[in-house]
Design a protein around this ligand. Structure first.
Ligand code: BG6
Length: 508
């Protein structure tokens, strides 16, 4: 394992939700697992006028809400001592002298050799300004240490804004100091896509247009927009999930083997996949993209409000809470193989998975139980929950004749490790601390993903008559999405919480 050098971790925008919900719990979990460097401290910076003491108290409360926090009195006390706070007007360049001074003091006190990560937990409109202020104040470099910056999605609003954010960041930091988080890449099961493909000889020969009929990628959520209506209404499912997390999953499934496991080798291959996606023009958007919005419903005695009734959402909103697309990757491996990708809120289950459908046998010898001839073999890569792998095969039903039945060969991560899989942020933060950018998205890939999505956004904006289908909360989205799938015998898989179950009915 690479060494984690001594360092300071500075969170800019530290009084927000992300810090309390994700960053501090991840840092605390790393502290408990003894993965933080020996000399280490956290400095929270934001406009709110906290004192360090008060800030520690507010974070302690957040940590007491998580299992590790509830268990650890002494550990919690020890961790709290590493946290400091500096009130600062983050958009005002004049204030960055104070930040420089505080960094020097803490650096001295903790002997962190000038090493420092700046985590921007601010809205993306501030990325450029904050990076610029750090740069002008001379904080992006240090004579004896390194400086890195982490930014979070949403990374822009469209191709143009993503380019502009990239330019602003690159004016202040070289690419190898910039870490762009897509938290899906921090999930163990997402990393396992590469391991499954490239450490097993049996998959790779089949992993192409000759043997794969189509690929499905689903990320379903049973929750609605919760308290994020204001943000979500300006974003929608396409920008919120598909442009980033789901295109990254597709790139992992479709990439060529990298020359080695290194940040650039892997990122070069995923970029090539994104570059090969067949561009969508208006006619393709009309045929290959289905959008929907959830309507109110009652399900098992519980009432669910419609999206338009959610807090922060416009009463006449046309924002999609569901999107399904059919994409083609025009290269030698994947020519003419459809990739179906869908995501939505208020669907029947919280499930993210990839299903690789293999072509059926060329000659249909046997009859399946339900009178069907042959079914496709499917490899299901389950990202969450019940993380694991499932292979669907046809087997003989015992007894007379040659009736065949679908059976499951399944592996569950829970059988491999007892503890729950580490949270994505833990892995990503440690990687950045070690200077390993493998699981972070490079600027060119982000722009390329926007390039895929931009024509859809434009088509919707310019053609309001492209339908936005309503779907009752708790259903699998608009029925029209079924018509995307080519071939009469194919439909989406309707997954349940348990990997091996599928079917139309799951609990909301
Ligand atoms: C975030 C989106 O990036 O990912 C959310 O903004 C979404 O809307 C979340 O709920 C899903 O992440 P996960 O890890 O729960 O699948």
């Amino acid at each position: 394992m690479k060494v984690v050098e001594d360092q300071l971790f500075v969170i800019i925008g530290a009084s927000g939700d992300l810090t309390a919900r994700k960053l501090i719990p991840a840092l605390f979990a790393l502290y408990v697992r003894k993965l933080l460097p020996e000399h280490f401290a956290v400095l929270g910076v934001s406009r709110t006028a906290h004192t360090t003491e008060h800030y520690r108290q507010s974070l302690r409360k957040a940590l007491e809400g998580i299992p590790e926090g509830r268990a650890g009195g002494d550990r919690l006390d020890g961790f709290m001592k590493l946290i400091y706070y500096l009130p600062l007007e983050t958009s005002d360049p004049q204030c960055y002298g104070d930040l420089g001074k505080r960094l020097a003091e803490l650096g001295e006190q903790y002997q962190t050799s000038g090493n420092c990560i700046f985590y921007l937990a601010t809205p993306p409109v501030l990325f450029g300004r904050v990076a610029g202020n750090l740069h002008t104040a001379g904080l992006t470099r240090h004579p004896s240490g390194w400086r890195r910056i982490i930014v979070e999605k949403p990374f822009g609003y469209d191709l143009q804004s993503a380019r502009s954010i990239n330019r602003q960041l690159l004016d202040c930091f070289p690419e190898d100091q910039i870490y762009r988080i897509d938290h899906y890449l921090g999930k163990e099961t997402v990393q396992n896509i590469m391991v499954t493909r490239f450490s097993n000889g049996i998959f790779e020969p089949l992993w192409n247009r000759n043997y794969v009929n189509h690929v499905e990628i689903t990320s379903a959520e049973n929750l609605g927009v919760e308290n994020r209506g204001g943000y979500y209404d300006g974003s929608g499912a396409l920008r919120d999930m598909l442009q980033n997390h789901l295109l990254q999953l597709m790139a992992m499934v479709a990439m060529e083997p990298p020359t080695r496991i290194s940040a650039n080798a892997i990122r070069n291959e995923t970029l090539k996949v994104l570059q090969s996606v067949r561009p969508l023009r208006l006619p393709e958007v009309e045929k290959q993209v289905i959008r929907g919005q959830y309507t109110g419903s009652s399900y098992r005695g519980k009432q669910y409000i419609s999206y338009r009734q959610e807090k922060g959402v416009r009463a006449d909103s046309h924002t999609e809470t569901y999107v399904a697309v059919k994409l083609f990757i025009d290269n030698w491996r994947w020519g003419q193989v459809p990739f179906y990708i869908r995501t939505g809120k208020r669907l029947p289950a919280r499930v993210t998975e990839i299903v690789v459908h293999f072509r059926p046998t060329p000659h249909k010898l046997f009859c399946f139980d339900e009178g069907r001839f042959n079914a496709d073999n499917q490899l299901v890569i389950r990202i969450q929950p019940d993380e694991g792998l499932l292979l669907k095969l046809g087997m003989k039903v015992p007894g007379a004749g040659f009736n065949v039945q679908d059976v499951n060969l399944d592996f569950h991560y829970a059988d491999l490790v007892r503890e729950p899989l580490p949270e994505a942020y833990q892995r990503l933060i440690v990687d950045c601390m070690q200077g390993d950018a493998t699981l972070f998205t490079r600027g060119d890939a982000i722009e390329q993903s926007w390039d895929i999505v931009d024509p859809i956004l434009r088509a919707w904006a310019d053609n309001p008559d492209i339908p936005l289908h309503g779907y009752p909360a708790g259903t699998w989205g608009p029925a029209q999405a079924d018509s995307l799938i080519e071939g009469e015998s194919y439909t989406w898989r309707y997954p349940c919480r348990n990997l091996v179950d599928d079917g139309l009915y799951c609990e909301l």
